[in-house]
Write a protein that binds this ligand. Structure first.
Ligand code: GLN
Length: 450
């Protein structure tokens, strides 16, 4: 009940949700009853979970932020959602997002713009802006988002909450609307690393409906957080941290630079040695990402043709039906991506664009590997600036794309980690780090071994 009244207070200002569950109280009462009867309940019992609107839910609409799927209701729950429900989590609603995940501010949603709870004139980031804003404003306790090229990490940074992009394959993508399948990952938001760890633990693991999901065992990510006092126990002693030089060069706000140097000193106080490391292929990440992501999306989004999926615009002839349904259903950013992707994949251009972008991806992977030969982890800011004003970059797509520079393949903003290092500290899990990512907010990052 307290969350329902909080929603009615905050939602008119924030617009984080596209849909709020109408069975919320009943779902909560069911869990209450289970507890009263002494039945076993899962680790999410009574936890209100927001779900990004590109993750399918059987009892609520799933639009992906797109007019073309307005009022669409999926016939099934995504695996991540099913697992949340099986562990007694309560779905509070579906969160706003840039259409099909294409954007960095939620301004590309077909339905509404979400505001940043810390300053309503600013963007919450994107594309999972609704999920980040909802947790930040305490409209829900944790939430699910998706991250293809920064869409969990960047809004978490802009809204001052924990955002985690798990390793690809850790969480099943079954029921996640595909944007760029080779990069798409479902991730988590929370107000603490421990909460985020609990949610990750619940949704992780192999799924026979997603062949790319990993069958590695799922450690209990949340088990030991409370017992560690980082400052007193100096558990990070001897850890070699590489600060990626290229992420702190021109174009990065001074506030971000000083936040990162503050984080570096903090890590040193905890016993780490921090040195600068160069990642020569850093600047190639952004252009290669936008070619690969647009190409894959142009293929993935072909299913929304008004016949198999998507709202249909009536026409006398089949091609006109496809054309009109897509022209009316997709917003301008999505149409632009489809055009770019189709161009990059066309005969005669494939080698020059898509294939080269794939080669660049291999190069980037190699330069990470090299940097990790000398370092246990790598760190960088999440974005070159803190949250900017609504409308500031809306009509300048290149400026908006440029803001994504840190989160293209630079892993979780970015940390690579040698697997063995943290074993002595947290037998299963890895590391939690506080990396201030903007001038006054910090982003906690939870890392799983690569
Ligand atoms: N800004 C990125 C894009 O528009 C975000 C992608 C994502 O992670 N969904 O492609």
């Amino acid at each position: 009940e307290s969350y329902i009244s909080r929603l009615s207070l905050t939602e008119p200002h924030l617009h984080s949700f596209l849909h709020i569950s109408d069975t919320l109280l009943r779902d909560a009462q069911l869990i209450d009853r289970k507890i009263e009867k002494g039945e076993d309940v899962g680790p999410l019992a009574g936890v209100l979970v927001g779900v990004k609107d590109n993750i399918c839910t059987a009892d609520m609409p799933s639009t992906g932020g797109s007019r073309i799927l307005e009022n669409y209701k999926a016939p099934f729950n995504a695996t991540a959602v099913r697992r949340v429900k099986e562990k007694d989590g309560i779905l509070i609603g579906k969160t706003n997002m840039d259409e099909f995940g294409m954007g960095s501010t939620t301004e590309a949603s077909s339905f509404q713009v979400t505001a940043n709870p810390w300053d309503l004139s600013r963007v919450p980031g994107g594309s999972s802006g609704g999920s980040a804003a909802a947790v930040s404003a305490r409209q829900c306790m944790v939430s699910l988002g998706s991250d293809t090229g920064g869409s969990v990490r960047q809004p978490a940074s802009f809204c001052g909450v924990v955002g985690l992009k798990p390793t690809y394959g850790r969480v099943s993508r079954f029921g996640l609307m595909a944007y760029a399948s080779s990069l798409d990952v479902i991730g988590c938001f929370g107000t603490s690393v421990a909460d985020t760890g609990i949610l990750l633990h619940v949704i992780s693991g192999h799924d026979r409906f997603d062949a790319t999901s990993s069958n590695r065992e799922v450690p209990d990510f949340s088990s030991q957080f409370s017992s560690i006092n980082l400052v007193e126990s100096k558990p990070l002693k001897g850890l070699k941290v590489g600060l990626i030089r290229e992420t702190l060069e021109d174009g990065v706000d001074n506030g971000v630079k000083s936040a990162i140097s503050g984080a570096a000193s903090h890590l040193e106080e905890l016993g780490c040695t921090v040195t600068e490391v160069s990642l020569p292929s850093f600047s190639l990440g952004l252009p290669a990402y936008y070619i690969l992501a647009s190409s894959e999306s142009s293929s993935n989004l072909s299913r929304y043709d008004g016949v198999r999926y998507g709202n249909q615009v009536f026409a006398e002839e089949l091609n006109a039906l496809y054309n009109d349904s897509r022209a009316k259903g997709f917003g301008p950013e999505v149409q632009m991506r489809i055009l770019m992707g189709t161009y990059a994949l066309s005969a005669g251009y494939y080698d020059a664009y898509y294939k080269r972008a794939q080669q660049v991806r291999t190069l980037i992977r190699k330069s990470f590997k090299d940097a990790l030969d000398d370092n246990d982890i790598l760190i960088s800011p999440v974005a070159p600036s803190a949250a900017y004003k609504i409308g500031e970059k809306k009509n300048d797509p290149l400026a908006m794309y440029a803001g994504d520079i840190m989160t293209k393949w630079l892993g979780p903003a970015l940390i690579g980690l040698k697997e063995s290092y943290f074993k002595p500290i947290m037998p299963h899990f890895t590391l939690l780090l506080t990396v201030p990512s903007s001038s006054h907010r910090s982003c906690l990052i939870l890392i799983e071994p690569l």
